[in-house]
Design a protein around this ligand. Structure first.
Ligand code: ADP
Ligand code: MG
Length: 917
């Protein structure tokens, strides 16, 4: 058995295995309160179980707040004991590490900061000499020489001297060339070797950025090998959560774009590096665009910093113009001719019939329109010309003919294996699910003849390394990949490419405030890149699974990510980098985002309390910018610290930020909606998707390795995701520790988890973080399904992945959610029922009103709770106190809590935990 296969089997969440284990869940979570008893005891009562929520303030109250008179007395007493609230004046705060850093962010600009930093890479002659000798020695190493001979054949090597000279003479150089011509692996080495051989090695520190984690690591490993070294000497990498750093001088560090941006928070002019190579700029991911704009500012101050932009041969003109006509070197690659086939040709070859199917993407109007106006007339012409059989024309006229069809891909692959010459087959699909399902289709193939490799950022690197190795003779290599194999990774022995025509891309709709990855048709540029992968070593063939007419209608290029994604995190980062007003900065970018998206992001950051009216960072905003997590989840985390329920909250926050560890089970659509029985067993008594995430992570960490595997199989939990989440938790504990918010990095420490068993409080903290993602349940009599309305009046439904989607009535109609996506309709994927107090305490714009002789507390003009006059005034005071207290805790992270504060917090905890379902 080949090593790769063994390795792969070790990590087979791909394979649906029927394990009959005796595994049982421990009963730790059985103590969750029963919703019905809770309701009976609750003094918060609901008027009616059927709601229709309208947006007007005059609408029916959602519920009634009753606080017992003893409780009110207790609250009053504590309020009296607390110091009067003073205006927040950041300047007069007690001195602390926080104060120093925070004030710097508010008062100094990046430009001013650049003037303060003068530390430079210093040239040291003894090191120069050492590096020189070290480099010369390489040529005595036969392994190095073997690779060196290969490298010399790369097209980039022919341009070596020109590239080095251009960079010596110019500050910014753009290098473009066909994928695989040797930009990423060679250019950094040309520069380093040039410095070393001219006795300047100590003054050379190269950073090369990559858009993806996997390419940063694989390129670093490759370059180290080419230099006859292991990682950590002259070559290293740094990506989030993983790094092997090289020495500080005479070295090359591969990183993701985001890492350089983070680096600039402490070293804005990148004083410690001599060369910055920004690779794959044609991909136009949001970080790469951001970095380009930052660098454009830096080079005006750091005249000695060399900037090298590298791109596949795509739209180079735009980048050249953006950098004021910078010098451009083009590496002409050599590639073999690739024959292209389209869907019509493939159908003719295979005699394939599309099964009747529900179109997956008919909601995308453009696709349907192009089908009607371009594809149908094209097929009619084919029919008239008799160029393809009648059957092919009939199949092409099925509206779902150009959608991803895994059976077609499978049959085509087998057809190539049987009828074409040797060579690896590279298949482009949209994502993990497609890869997973195809993998299962190919699983029966004998491993003596086939080598199946999946290439995806979530599959452990170990399992993907074999992708570069040529397969033994007689063994066909089949690679299942996403667009990662389009430009960042080159596999030489590919001769056949199957291009499904689809890729998952991020799409953001400010109107409904939804962002998600959606399968979309690729652009012409992607199709050309995919085709090019087939002609590396010899003439190849590319099979596009869409018609020629569809290709003609593709966009020229994919739209840059910045135009189609959320901007909150980026805006916080801009603030942290002290870049001034966001709109001004956006105007300097290669493409500026839609004003509506900017507006939506500003609004959310204001609502969260991260930016003030002047768009300056608040203490909360400072932390949110510092923590590498989406702002709402960062806020949840901070509340988790303040309210001492950190473990559950961190479990929830990381899974929402990264992804849920539960694999989506694909079941046939049964008529009666019901939860997957395994999930139902796991979720017993847990009436919240968020608490369920906590339960999964919590249990996983208490088990030993063997039990973990059984547990993951039993409940269809993705082990790779679990491992990533575990790493993220460690990272966040280190972050919180560095910010002095916690005094230990032990997440399980009792001081951080005093309230971690208080389920109702945890739900309230989830609500505090996720606000304003609130929705109200609207169950209409006679209607089988509950629908919901969000605060901006969008009607949404709960996805069947949510364990609450099978409930018709809720003890309280208020729910919080995090992920909302637009499919045919707006869909929410996760929810927790919350009580009124967290909304009142953490929501925005609390007012009291009086209508029809009834006092009401109104949150955000929409959420009304009736409450008697006395109680409402106390609640208002408490809320003000609480907000003040939170700010105090954030601005004095290391200070001790007083007894009165402890008592105050206990009262708030009691109220937050007192009601709900
Ligand atoms: P470019 O950046 O121009 O697309 P690269 O520098 O990434 O090209 O790759 C140059 C060549 O090096 C590729 O054609 C491939 O043959 C080889 N190569 C790159 N990475 C690896 C790897 N990890 N293992 C084996 N060969 C590799
Ligand atoms: Mg490259």
């Amino acid at each position: 058995m080949y090593k790769w296969k063994k390795n792969y089997q070790g990590n087979r969440h791909f394979q649906a295995q029927d394990t009959k284990s005796n595994f049982r869940l421990p009963q730790v979570f059985q103590c969750l309160p029963n919703a019905r008893t809770e309701l009976r005891d609750s003094s918060f009562s609901i008027f009616s179980r059927s709601y229709f929520v309208t947006s007007s303030v005059d609408s029916q109250p959602i519920g009634k707040i009753n606080i017992s008179s003893e409780k009110l007395d207790e609250v009053n007493e504590i309020l009296r004991k607390l110091q009067p609230i003073a205006d927040v004046n950041y300047e007069s705060m007690e001195n602390s590490l926080f104060k120093m850093n925070f004030l710097e962010k508010r008062t100094i600009t990046m430009d001013q900061k650049m003037d303060f930093f003068h530390e430079k890479l210093e040239q040291k002659s003894d090191i120069d000499y050492e590096l020189f000798l070290e480099n010369n020695k390489r040529y005595e190493d036969p392994l190095f020489m073997k690779m060196y001979e290969k490298r010399k054949n790369l097209p980039s090597f022919q341009k070596r001297n020109q590239i080095v000279k251009m960079i010596q003479e110019n500050q910014v150089v753009l290098i473009s060339g066909e994928t695989g011509c040797g930009k990423t692996t060679q250019v950094p080495q040309f520069l380093l070797d040039d410095y070393v051989s001219s006795y300047k090695g100590s003054a050379c520190k190269i950073i090369c950025t990559q858009p993806r984690r996997i390419s940063a690591v694989s390129v670093a490993e490759r370059v180290a090998r080419e230099r006859g070294e292991v990682l950590g000497i002259s070559v290293g990498y740094q990506i989030r959560l993983e790094r092997v750093l090289p020495r500080k001088y005479g070295s090359i560090l591969f990183v993701t774009n985001g890492i350089v941006i983070r680096l600039m928070e402490s070293d804005p002019s990148l004083n410690n590096i001599s060369h910055l190579i920004i690779d794959e700029i044609h991909e136009r991911d949001i970080h790469s665009d951001f970095l380009l704009t930052l660098v454009k500012q830096v080079i005006t101050r750091r005249k000695d910093l060399k900037v090298i932009l590298m791109s596949a041969t795509l739209n180079e003109k735009r980048f050249k113009e953006y950098f004021d006509g910078c010098t451009h070197v083009e590496i002409k690659g050599f590639s073999h001719p690739v024959e292209e086939y389209y869907l019509e040709d493939v159908l003719e070859r295979l005699n394939f019939t599309f099964a009747p199917s529900m179109a997956r993407t008919d909601s995308i109007e453009r696709n349907t329109m192009i089908f009607r106006h371009n594809v149908v007339p094209y097929v009619q012409d084919l029919r008239a010309e008799n160029s393809y059989s009648e059957k092919v024309c009939r199949e092409l006229l099925k509206p779902h003919s150009e959608e991803i069809n895994l059976d077609l891909i499978h049959q085509l692959t087998m057809h190539i294996c049987r009828n074409e010459g040797p060579g690896a087959i590279l298949i482009f699909v949209t994502g993990y699910d497609d890869i997973n399902r195809l993998f299962n289709l190919f699983y029966e193939l004998p491993e003596e003849e086939y080598m199946i490799i999946a290439l995806h950022s979530e599959i452990p690197m170990e399992d993907q390394k074999f992708v570069f190795e040529p397969s033994p003779s007689g063994v066909r290599k089949i690679i299942l990949a996403t667009n990662i194999a389009e430009t960042s990774i080159t596999i030489d022995d590919v001769v056949y490419v199957i291009d499904s025509g689809w890729a998952k891309i991020k799409v953001f709709d400010p109107k409904t405030n939804t962002e998600n990855l959606q399968p979309r048709f690729i652009s012409k540029a992607n199709a050309i890149q995919r085709k090019g992968r087939a002609g590396r070593l010899m003439a190849g063939k590319c099979f596009h699974l869409y018609t020629r007419a569809r290709f003609e209608a593709f966009y020229e290029y994919q739209r840059p990510e910045i135009l189609r994604c959320r901007l909150e995190s980026m805006m916080l980062q801009m603030k942290f980098l002290q870049l001034g007003k966001v709109k001004v900065f956006f105007n300097k970018m290669l493409d500026k985002p839609d004003a509506k998206i900017v507006e939506a992001a500003c609004h959310l950051l204001n609502e969260l309390g991260a930016l003030d009216e002047e768009e300056a960072l608040t203490p909360l905003g400072y932390y949110l910018a510092k923590l590498p997590i989406a702002p709402q989840l960062g806020k949840m985390l901070l509340l988790g610290v303040i309210f001492s329920c950190l473990e559950p909250i961190l479990n929830i926050a990381v899974s929402l930020d990264y992804k849920s560890p539960f694999n989506l089970t694909l079941k046939s659509n049964s008529r009666i909606p019901q939860l997957d029985p395994k999930m139902a067993e796991f979720a017993e008594n847990v009436k919240s998707d968020h608490l369920l995430l906590h339960k999964a992570l919590h249990l996983y960490q208490t088990f030993d390795k063997a039990t973990r595997s059984v547990f993951c199989k039993e409940y269809n939990i993705n082990k790779t995701v679990m491992k990533m989440l575990k790493k993220m938790k460690v990272e966040f504990m280190e972050n919180l520790f560095a910010l002095e918010l916690v005094t230990t990095t032990d997440l399980k420490h009792k001081d951080l988890n005093i309230n971690s068993k208080n389920v109702e409080l945890i739900k309230s903290i989830v609500c505090g973080g996720l606000y304003p993602n609130i929705m109200l349940a609207c169950t209409l009599s006679g209607q089988p399904k509950t629908f919901f309305k969000t605060l901006n009046d969008t009607k949404v439904v709960l996805h069947k992945k949510s364990i609450l989607s099978y409930d018709r009535f809720f003890t309280c109609p208020l729910l919080v959610f995090y992920i909302k996506m637009k499919t045919k309709m707006d869909m929410v994927f996760d929810a927790t029922v919350c009580s009124p107090f967290p909304v009142i305490f953490f929501g925005t714009n609390l007012r009291t009103t009086k209508a029809m002789n009834e006092h009401c507390l109104v949150v955000n003009h929409k959420l009304r709770f009736s409450c008697d006059k006395n109680a409402s005034s106390i609640v208002e005071q408490l809320r003000e106190r609480l907000q003040h207290y939170i700010t105090y805790r954030l601005t004095h992270p290391a200070s001790m809590k007083s007894d009165v504060e402890d008592k105050f917090l206990k009262i708030v905890v009691d109220l937050l935990a007192s009601r709900g379902s």
